[in-house]
Design a protein around this ligand. Sequence first.
Ligand SMILES: [Fe+2]
Length: 201
Amino acid sequence: MTVSSARRRPPIPRQVSAAIRELLHRLDRAEQLHASDVSFYALMIGESLDLSPDLIRQISCGALLHDIGKIAIPLGDRDHSGAMTAVERLNMLTHPEVGEAMVSVHPPLAPFADLVRHHHERFDGHGYPDGLAGGAIPIGAAVLAISEAFATMITEQPYRHARTWHQALDEIRRGSGTQFHPVVAETFLIALGEDPTPIGG
Ligand SMILES: [Fe+2]
């Protein structure tokens, strides 16, 4: 973040930061760290895309809240080393909608509800909860999708080892235009000093 962009971006109102803090306290430590990681990458991408200061602020706040719906999922369902059962997987798929509902009831957080709902949509329309595709996906949600995927891949998980930085970047490259918005993916890769050329391209 440059000094000039920090000056341009409007500060986060106190009632917004207080409401975010109140919700984040309900997440476990690993999820809090994940939220913070995702917000870091989302901010970097938002600035690299030269989005408006308001939208960048919205994306970084939305990033902190994106997985808040997981607090409704029993810890045992999402924090074990084996593969998820079908029921656990179905439960997990509800977290964007649950999160949207939780965020919507806090008036200062309502502007972030859409980002929370759509952070698992895929560019090719095979994501959830609404199967939105391409430009129908809010750009902020497309930024969160890449930020979350990358942050998750490079972090040790109960069910698999962390990927290396380069393995994770290859996954982003491979998913550009299918899982991920291609412009957002390219921007992310360039921001990290990577060649954005798709694999096989
Ligand atoms: Fe998520």
